[in-house]
Design a protein around this ligand. Structure first.
Ligand code: NAD
Ligand code: MG
Length: 397
């Protein structure tokens, strides 16, 4: 590989996308090939002027002609593309070495998969893509020799702690591994009296005590569906059976996850809670580069606590774990219902505590055949979304 590497950042205007650009800013050996946004034309313009990528994609297409004009006026060399298909084009382009998959939700599935199919080094933040298409996604990587490096901080931690840091680990190598422990902060409502949860607002749910993130994953952290999705993500990424993954609440968010070995050894990865750490790790792997994040000062941290999650408080976590065990189409229906429910909560159309009820009902009522093709996955996703929307209208209005 040459010294300079070209990168496409899918979802460059989001929280992970912006953190990726911050790491690249300090490490000029990475060259930006393409940036993508759904609708934030102002930030996409600023990013193009600053990083001068070859391509920018505005996937919604809205405001594209104004943006193209602004790029011309700024004498920016970037060519503007529009529409969802263009996301796949800049993900699989010949010139690209690394793809950061940081679109939120199912909207990122096709482009993340395109990067994997094209054999890229894929930095995977878009956990929903993997939850929906797990086996297909990992098989595509094996076939194309793509390298998948998890960017979700927990999975990045596990990746760093496994015997041979890699995804798609063969089962025999995992014989040394007793179990994987996913840590989670417990989110903003870890200690909120449960009778208050009915009236929490989107602003309260998005005020995460440790991480600054996009709104969808912030709500997922508040319900702990985020940990449920991550449970499924871990099983697919590292090919472990659900029974060998455990969740622990760790409010300080310093230990990002752990691997227990058969001899009783436990390896943990620690860092300050800042996504630039796993992003820098993924970019440079198997080497290391600076992330710009302060070094961890454990003496200043105070005690690190670990407790078992309260499943009554966090029914979404239980639903996620159950979907991992059920397999088949259950994770797809779970993810689709969750995306619909979270949006309805953010729009003020669904109470926080009804999110889990809605998802449980959709998963129960949507049987999906084995998700062996993208078409089957998309069909299951669509049916689950339709039912979730119907249920919200019927039951909650
Ligand atoms: P965000 O909401 O801040 O950004 C989302 C990005 O996706 C934006 O660039 C947006 O333009 C793009 N996007 C949204 N809808 C789109 C659509 N329909 N088509 C194409 N592009 C679209 O989200 P985020 O917090 O950066 O999270 C991104 C992904 O990374 C999620 O899957 C999330 O679960 C995962 N993740 C995020 C964090 C974090 O700290 N933010 C940590 C771990 C994992
Ligand atoms: Mg995470």
């Amino acid at each position: 590989m040459s010294d300079s590497q070209s990168i496409t950042i899918l979802g460059s205007t989001g929280s992970v996308g912006q953190s990726t650009l911050a790491v690249i800013e300090a490490n000029p050996q990475y060259r930006v090939f393409a940036l993508t946004a759904h609708s934030n034309t102002q930030l996409l313009l600023e990013q193009c002027v600053h990083y001068q990528p070859d391509y920018a994609v505005l996937s919604s297409g809205e405001g594209a002609s104004e943006l193209a004009e602004q790029l011309r006026q700024a004498e920016c060399r970037t060519e503007l593309l529009t529409g969802a298909d263009a996301l796949e084009e800049v993900a699989r382009a010949e010139e690209v070495d690394i793809v950061m998959a940081a679109i939120v939700g199912a909207a990122g599935l096709a482009s993340s998969l395109a990067a994997v199919q094209a054999g890229k080094k894929v930095l995977l933040a878009n956990k929903e893509a993997l939850v929906m298409s797990g086996e297909l996604f990992m098989a595509a990587a094996q076939h194309s020799k793509a390298t998948i490096i998890p960017i979700d901080s927990e999975h990045n931690a596990i990746f760093q702690c496994l015997p041979e840091s890699r995804t798609g680990v063969a089962q025999d190598q995992l014989r040394q591994v007793e179990k994987i422990v996913l840590t989670g902060s417990g989110g903003p409502f870890l200690n909120t009296p449960t009778q208050h949860l009915a009236s929490v607002t989107p602003e309260q749910a998005c005020r995460h005590p440790k991480w600054s993130m996009g709104r969808k994953i912030s709500v997922d952290s508040a319900t702990m569906m985020n940990k449920g999705l991550e449970y499924i993500e871990a099983c697919f990424l590292f090919s472990v059976a659900p029974g060998r993954v455990e969740v622990l609440i760790h409010p300080q968010s310093i230990v990002h996850s752990m691997v227990h070995y058969v001899d009783g050894s436990v390896l943990a990865q620690m860092a300050n809670p800042d996504m630039r750490v796993p992003i820098a790790h993924g970019l440079a792997w198997p080497s290391r580069i600076g992330s710009g994040v302060n070094f961890l000062d454990l003496a200043a941290e105070g005690p690190l606590e670990f407790t078992h999650p309260d499943m009554d408080r966090f029914p979404c976590l239980a639903l996620g774990m159950a979907a991992a065990s059920a397999g088949g189409g259950a994770p797809i229906a779970l993810n689709a219902a969750n995306e619909v429910a979270v949006q309805a909560f953010l729009d003020g159309r669904l109470e926080f505590i009804r999110i889990a009820d809605l998802i449980g009902e959709v998963v129960e009522k949507i049987p999906c055949e084995a998700p062996s093709s993208l078409a089957i996955i998309q069909d299951c996703d669509l049916r689950a979304r339709i039912l979730a929307k119907e249920l919200i209208i019927k039951q909650f209005h």
